[in-house]
Design a protein around this ligand. Structure first.
Ligand SMILES: C=CC1=C(C)c2cc3[nH]c(cc4nc(cc5[nH]c(cc1n2)c(C)c5CCC(=O)O)C(CCC(=O)O)=C4C)c(C)c3C=C
Ligand SMILES: [Fe+2]
Length: 428
């Protein structure tokens, strides 16, 4: 499977930017596009907008290609600094409407990922409505990726796609400690927009939501402001508990093949795809902040500043879950978060974590409303169920966290040039 779709380009390699583009002629009727066919929908969006900017070497110009023959960007891509995640309900009963939306979304994402607008910001006709809202006009691509997911509802009786349902796609079962709020669960489609500038991620979701009018409505969303996982060349970031998060994550090709990408047992159109489990997890920061440091370290199973396992001294030391202290107790407590979640203690099961911290101000009691948008990719959601069933029962972290939102999506492979995400689903 080609990985080329995950590799970024900069302007030096020919990427183009929104910068310098001032309201091109015409427009891509975001809400009223006249579509002669699916290909027309995609082509109409893809062609002719934006003006190539002079080459610039800035990090803002990093652009991840949208089209490819492998996996969607935003999974193996080194985590960007910000995210906006949105789950949608389909409101149409016509499969072709969904197909047209996916074609239009795909063409628009390809534009946005290059740092281009999706159409005119300031139309020439004074009575015309701008197609692109313009708030990212002076910003570069900023490493934007938008990853599309399909929820179980896409395969219900409405669209005649039941026979092509991804093999492992089903609503997640209730799990121990769940405190899910119905308004924060489920969805027929999902978009995970990630970028190194928050306004670029926001603009992508705003634009794509606008395009969904008449076909899908928003269901739940989380805006994340700090990544809580690291790629191979990145320093491990910290979650809102102050601990390094993402130290032991999937990095090797072999682990991606074994644990992340859909297998040969899945639908042929899912080849190169994956599954996304999204959980909105509230963290009671006020309570956590009163806990003594020795207890915090025991709850996680690692030291706070260095991030070392309690059996080691450096962040990347391999934890020894068999080690005992003088009284015969495990040095890494058996109910610590890492002891329960580690692959050594779960029959080898791993998941790719790609989460973000979030904060949404204060709650009705004046307490900080914050937590972790847990995003994890895997070959089969059963991997998450196995881990969370165990964590939900006895994880010492549960005293401080609550899973309040949840959804699962099949994530199709990348779109080939000139095509769109999910085309093979509708054609097979
Ligand atoms: C079901 C899977 C997981 C949930 C839900 C989850 C929530 C969660 N995790 C942290 C903080 C940390 N997690 C760490 C490691 C870790 N977590 C999971 C899985 C879930 N976490 C795994 C598989 C691992 C790796 C375990 C290992 O192999 O050692 C760590 C340690 C650093 C690291 O390795 O990343 C921290 C810290 C929070 C705060 C949270 C919910 C709010
Ligand atoms: Fe964790």
């Amino acid at each position: 499977m080609s990985e080329s779709d995950d590799r970024p380009t900069g302007s030096a390699q020919g990427a183009v930017s929104r910068r310098g583009f001032l309201g091109g002629a015409g427009g891509l009727a975001a809400s009223g596009l006249a579509v002669g066919g699916i290909a027309g929908a995609a082509g109409g969006f893809a062609a002719g907008y934006g003006t190539p900017a002079p080459a610039a070497a800035s990090a803002a110009e990093v652009a991840h290609p949208f089209y490819g023959s492998g996996h969607q960007a935003g999974i193996r891509t080194e985590p960007q600094r910000y995210t906006v995640f949105m789950s949608y309900d389909l409101t149409t009963s016509v499969a072709r409407d969904v197909e047209v939306l996916l074609a239009r979304w795909s063409a628009a994402i390809a534009q946005l990922a290059k740092g281009l607008t999706v159409g005119s910001v300031e139309p020439h006709r004074p009575d015309a409505v701008g197609v692109d809202s313009g708030e990212a006009l002076d910003l570069g691509p900023e490493g934007l990726t938008v990853t599309i997911g399909f929820g179980p509802g896409l395969f219900d009786e409405r669209y005649g796609l039941a026979a092509r349902r991804p093999r492992h796609l089903a609503e997640l079962p209730a799990m121990p400690s769940d405190q899910l709020q119905p308004a924060l669960t489920g969805g027929d489609l999902s978009l995970q927009a990630c970028a190194d500038d928050p306004q670029v991620a926001y603009h992508a979701i705003r634009t794509l939501t606008r395009m969904a009018k008449g076909t899908a409505t928003t269901r739940w969303t989380v805006t994340g402001f700090g990544r809580a996982s690291a790629g191979p060349t990145q320093q491990t970031p910290r979650n809102l508990m102050g601990f390094k998060d993402g130290t032991r994550n999937i990095v090797d090709d072999a682990d991606y093949e074994r644990w992340v990408w859909a297998g040969s047992d899945d639908q042929p159109w899912m080849t190169g795809g994956s599954y996304l489990v999204a959980r909105k997890i509230h963290i009671a920061t006020e309570t956590w902040d009163t806990d003594r440091i020795s207890d915090q370290n025991a709850v996680v199973g690692r030291t706070k500043v260095e991030g070392a396992p309690l059996t080691g001294s450096r962040e990347h030391d391999v934890p020894d879950f068999e080690a005992r202290d003088a009284s015969g107790q495990p040095v890494i407590p058996a109910t610590s978060h890492v002891a329960l979640a580690a692959h050594e203690n779960n029959g080898g099961v791993k998941i790719l974590r790609r989460g973000y911290n979030y904060t949404e101000g204060i709650d009705a009691l004046g307490q900080i409303d914050a937590g972790l948008l847990f995003l994890a990719y895997m070959r089969d959601p059963q991997q998450f169920i196995t881990l969370q069933t165990k964590l939900g029962r006895v994880d010492r972290l549960n005293e401080y966290i609550a899973h309040i939102g949840s959804a699962v999506f099949a994530v199709p492979p990348a779109a080939r040039q000139g095509s769109y995400i999910g085309a093979e689903l509708f054609r097979s």
